[in-house]
Design a binder for this molecule. Structure first.
Ligand SMILES: Nc1ncnc2c1ncn2[C@@H]1O[C@H](COP(=O)(O)OP(=O)(O)OP(=O)(O)O)[C@@H](O)[C@H]1O
Ligand SMILES: [Mg+2]
Length: 264
């Protein structure tokens, strides 16, 4: 179900070009991203890893248009989004991007169906019954349609969040530690849903994770340290990911004990 204007089913969907993000304007400003350049092929699953504070969330927020970079470009199908006005950007974000958070972020007063269809309503669209049913079915929530988030387990709540992210049929699906609050088995089920969206749906996924098992299901793992890409692994094993994390952790600790040049 790919729309024709998405072009052929190959090539790059998203590109970050020399993206910098500086928080704050005073002498205490922090450079969270220090020039990140990275491309994302269509229908691939990328995991982003790195020590705490390495810029993973900032990276995701810039890539998902939730935040604007201080400099550099974010290109979607070749179009530079950093030049777009806020209104156009909001519309594009609603139509083309799904985002899943660690903390689910569901509305407690709404039942499953109403939570899932909320993005369509916010975009002023009438929910397509068949599509909504399909997304709810795919995420295994059919028997929970009328339940509220408080009546669901953590894993079920994250399924609702994924259904809500998929209901607009976005090209890009982002997750900031979407399995971080779940036990290993539940995390793998959620991961399976994200993987399925990439393999059989129309999505390209970029997911931040601390878990080498989760990362080992990705097509590519990108490692950030101090706001820069420090390594990339293609289809790595759990052991390769864990070894890389250990190496980076040691390096990041050594950097931290030296006088920091990143706090300006
Ligand atoms: N809104 C903000 N204002 C000021 N500094 C910020 C802000 N958000 C993030 N930072 C800083 O930017 C750097 C990167 O933060 P970021 O949240 O992207 O890291 P992270 O890799 O996601 O960490 P974690 O694994 O702990 O979630 C950190 O030094 C953080 O303190
Ligand atoms: Mg983070």
């Amino acid at each position: 179900m790919r729309s024709e204007d998405e072009g052929p089913d190959t090539g790059e969907l998203l590109r970050l070009q020399d993206v910098r993000k500086v928080y704050g304007r005073t002498r205490n400003s922090v450079e969270a991203l220090a020039g990140v350049t990275m491309g994302f092929q269509r229908h691939t699953f990328t995991a982003v890893m790195g020590p705490s504070g390495s810029g993973k969330s900032t990276f995701l927020h810039c890539a998902a248009l939730l935040d604007r970079p201080t400099s550099g470009s974010v290109l979607l199908e070749g179009q530079d989004l950093t030049q777009m006005k806020e209104r156009a950007l909001t519309k594009l974000r609603r139509n083309r991007i799904g985002f899943v958070f660690q903390s689910f972020n569901l509305l407690p007063a709404l039942n499953v169906v109403d939570n899932v269809t909320l993005p369509l309503k916010l975009a002023g669209k009438r929910p397509n019954r068949r599509l909504v049913d399909d997304v709810i079915e795919r995420t295994g929530l059919t028997s929970r349609r009328k339940h509220r988030p408080g009546e669901l387990s953590g894993g079920q709540q994250q399924r609702v969040a994924i259904a809500r992210a998929l209901v607009t049929q976005p090209a890009l699906l982002f997750g900031d530690e979407p399995t971080g609050a779940l036990d290993t088995q539940t995390a793998l089920e959620i991961l399976g849903l994200l993987r399925q969206a990439v393999d059989t749906g129309e999505q390209t996924a970029v997911v931040v994770t601390h878990d080498p098992v989760v990362a080992s299901h990705a097509d590519r793992v990108v490692f950030l340290v101090d706001g820069q890409v420090s390594a990339e692994l293609d289809r790595p094993s759990v052991e390769q990911v864990a070894a890389q994390m250990t190496q980076l952790g040691a390096w990041a600790r050594a950097r931290r004990s030296a006088p920091s040049e990143r706090v300006r």
